[in-house]
Design a protein around this ligand. Structure first.
Ligand SMILES: [Zn+2]
Length: 556
């Protein structure tokens, strides 16, 4: 039969070095595959034949640099996707079209149309996740396109910063084309940090940009081409107590968190998480990427001491937990996960507003990272939490799975994970891949040493238990997916207890129906607010830490 003939011809081609070098042989096999489609369009082999035909034309394009073959491949994919929409190859074909329009064709408009089709047809497929990531990159304004550099030279594209001089906190983000080696150093009188980015060049747009700096903690940002291959970024401060540096990929950015005062000790629970030693304040030593680990010194936080007015610090801190930052995930050009009818960004904004209202009724001071449908980068959300001095940070999301079966609620705190399912959730929320995420592990470990893991786990437990209690008939209900850990970018560097809630699965039809229901969204909001309140109440207790690290909690 025809299909088998085409397959064995292709097999022979790969075994013969003389045939493999001849474009005409490749073309003849593509034509054999097409014959299957023409003669037996309903044979069940036709979709496979079209897929292999496209692959062969792509190979011709690559080997013989024949652009006409590339166009043929695009046509074969389209014929497959339109003619055989139920075929297992249909999603791959549409995704491949989108990618080819991106590269090598650089046709952004056609790419965007093709990729959006993947997202709308198969919102929960892994192909849709990839299409969304590519669409995100597409819609990102690209100064890169206007200024290109010779091969091997990495562009330094932009510098962004968020500051609060009252709290003496700044996050600076340097946008680059790629991760690079860098040297960092800290100098005194006046306090300043600098980064020498190796093998980089600053864009003209950035070189001529001025950085208006508000307040007097971060005084100035300077960027310049220190020598032909090195861009130097200098940050001038009033005074620095500690700082943290880490990379985020997709797209690459170097994130620097700087504190003047030590971040407030909100810790009420013995926290045995080792904290890294402060960076050396001496002459800089060259550093490479990833940064070498600083020697970790285990420091147990001390019990809160009584203050002058008779209240314990714990009590004071208990009161100060009143400022909550609610973070509705995604927004604007980033819809998050989607079903045919619903988009995560709208659902989580609605739920977040409801949570905010409920907490305000309880006299919490509530802030939100967004109140409308706007895009906010993940690293900015954490910067808002730190610079606004939030006491708790709660990011609200809707889950999705490749498989339509999983449903229910899970709450995350920041940590590394060995659980592939949790890593997949984090990768999706981070708009990156699980592979990239695991490459980052060493780096992330350092940042996490500085974060409030113990408190965040407690907060997650309160929120999850409250949700499970209110939404499901029994805590044993399989929809109670529990407290989990994973490296979410949005939680990285948060100086307060911080959690991410996945309220339900949009990829599950029953959960989707629930999410579409206003009363259910209010129920979710109520249970989240209740969980936050219940965590807050535990802080109104005095906590004593014994020498052995045991924890005694006594009500006030
Ligand atoms: Zn999300």
């Amino acid at each position: 039969m025809l299909y088998k003939d085409a397959q064995s011809a292709e097999k022979r081609l790969h075994q013969s070095t003389s045939s493999i070098a001849k474009q005409s042989v490749w073309t003849s096999i593509a034509k054999l595959y097409r014959k299957v489609v023409i003669n037996h369009p309903r044979s069940g082999y036709s979709d496979d034949a079209l897929y292999y035909e496209a692959e062969i034309y792509l190979e011709i394009f690559r080997r013989f640099d024949d652009r006409a073959a590339l166009i043929r491949a695009l046509d074969s994919y389209l014929l497959l996707a339109n003619g055989y929409p139920a075929s297992r190859w249909a999603r791959k074909a549409r995704l491949s079209r989108g990618k080819l329009f991106l590269k090598p064709l650089s046709d952004r408009k056609s790419a965007s149309i093709a990729l959006r089709k993947v997202v709308s047809l198969w919102p929960n497929a892994s192909e849709a996740a990839e299409a969304r990531r590519l669409l995100n990159n597409l819609s990102r304004p690209k100064p890169a396109a206007s200024e290109s550099f010779p091969k091997g030279v990495v562009g330094v594209r932009n510098i962004r910063h968020w500051s609060d001089s009252k709290r003496e906190y700044t996050r600076v983000v340097i946008d680059l084309d790629k991760d690079v080696k860098y040297r960092q150093g800290q100098l005194e009188n006046p306090d300043r940090i600098y980064f020498d980015l190796i093998g980089t060049r600053v864009t003209q747009a950035l070189a001529s940009k001025s950085f208006p700096v508000e307040g007097d903690f971060l005084k100035q940002i300077r960027v310049g081409q220190n020598n032909p291959g090195v861009v130097r970024v200098v940050l001038d401060f009033k005074r620095i107590s500690e700082y943290n540096v880490f990379w985020l990929p997709d797209p690459y950015r170097l994130v620097v968190d700087i504190s003047g005062r030590k971040p407030r000790p909100q810790t009420l629970v013995a926290d045995k998480t080792p904290r890294p030693a402060p960076p050396p304040r001496t002459t800089p030593t060259p550093r490479t990427t990833p940064m070498p680990g600083a020697e970790d010194t285990a420091a147990l936080k001390l019990p809160p001491a009584p203050t002058r007015d008779g209240f314990s610090t714990a009590r004071q801190l208990g009161l100060s937990v009143g400022r909550v930052l609610i973070d509705p995930g995604h927004g604007g050009r980033d819809p998050g996960t989607q079903s045919k009818k619903l988009q995560e960004k709208h659902l989580v904004l609605d739920i977040s507003k409801r949570v905010a209202k409920l907490l305000e009724k309880d006299n919490f001071e509530v802030m939100m990272t967004r109140r409308s449908d706007v895009f906010i980068p993940l690293e900015e959300r954490t910067a808002i939490a730190n610079s606004k001095g939030a006491d708790l940070f709660v990011s609200i999301h809707v889950n999705a799975s490749r498989n339509s079966r999983p449903r229910g609620t899970e709450t995350y705190f920041l940590n590394l994970t060995n659980d592939p399912a949790a890593a997949e959730v984090a990768a999706r929320e981070n708009a990156t891949t699980t592979r990239r995420l695991s490459e980052l592990n060493d780096l992330l470990q350092k940042v996490m040493n500085n974060s409030k893991i113990t408190e965040s786990r407690e907060l997650a437990t309160h929120v999850q238990n409250s949700m499970a209690g209110d939404l499901f008939s029994s805590p044993r209900d399989s929809r109670n997916r529990g407290v989990k850990k994973a490296p979410f970018y949005v939680l990285l560097g948060a100086q307060m207890p911080a959690v991410l809630v996945e309220v339900a699965y949009l990829s599950n039809r029953k959960d989707e129906a629930l999410l579409a229901n206003v009363a259910y969204r209010q129920k979710i909001a109520k249970s989240i607010a209740k969980g936050i309140r219940s965590y807050h109440e535990t802080l109104g207790q005095t906590t004593t830490v014994t020498a052995s690290g045991a924890r005694i909690v006594a009500p006030q």
